[in-house]
Design a protein around this ligand. Structure first.
Ligand code: 5GP
Ligand code: ZN
Length: 119
C-alpha cells in the first residue's frame, strides 16, 4: 500500500484546495502556508525527490511554473515569489514526494525569511 501523503492528495483520498491540474501535475495550496498563497506543485506520479525524476518529467512540471506564478500574481498581488524545492531530510524535505514550493512575497515583514536572506 502506498502511504504517501501527496499520492493520497492526487487520488483524492485526502482533500486539498487545487490550483491547477493536468495529466501530469497537480498544484494545491499548502496546508500551513508560509505566506498568503503558498502553493505546492507536484508530479502526479510518485517520485521521492529530484534524483528520482527523469528530465522529461521535470520538464513537464517546470513548464507549468509560469502559469502558476501568473495565477498567484493575479489572485494575491505579491511583489515577489520564491520557488523552492527541498531534496532529502537534511535539506528540509518532510514529505517524500517531489514538490516545488511557490511562496509569494509581499514585503520585508511578510513573515517568511529564506535561510539565505540576511535582511
Ligand atoms: P517540505 O518540508 O517537504 O519541503 O514541504 C512539505 C510541505 O507540505 C509543507 O510546507 C507542509 O506544510 C505541506 N503539507 C504537509 N501536509 C500537508 C497536507 O496534508 N496538505 C497540504 N495541502 N499540504 C501539506
Ligand atoms: Zn507520492
Amino acid at each position: 500500500m502506498n502511504d504517501c501523503l501527496f499520492c493520497k492528495i492526487v487520488d483524492g483520498s485526502i482533500p486539498s484546495t487545487k490550483v491547477y491540474e493536468d495529466e501530469h501535475v497537480l498544484a494545491f495550496m499548502d496546508i500551513m502556508p508560509l505566506t498568503k498563497g503558498h502553493t505546492l506543485l507536484i508530479p502526479k506520479k510518485h517520485h521521492e525527490n529530484v534524483y528520482d525524476m527523469t528530465s522529461e518529467e521535470a520538464g513537464q512540471l517546470f513548464s507549468v511554473a509560469p502559469k502558476i506564478a501568473d495565477s498567484l500574481k493575479a489572485s494575491f498581488q505579491p511583489v515577489g515569489l520564491n520557488l523552492l524545492n527541498n531534496n532529502g531530510a537534511p535539506a528540509g524535505q518532510s514529505v517524500f514526494h517531489f514538490h516545488l514550493h511557490f511562496i509569494p512575497r509581499y514585503d520585508q515583514t511578510d513573515g517568511f525569511k529564506a535561510a539565505w536572506q540576511t535582511k
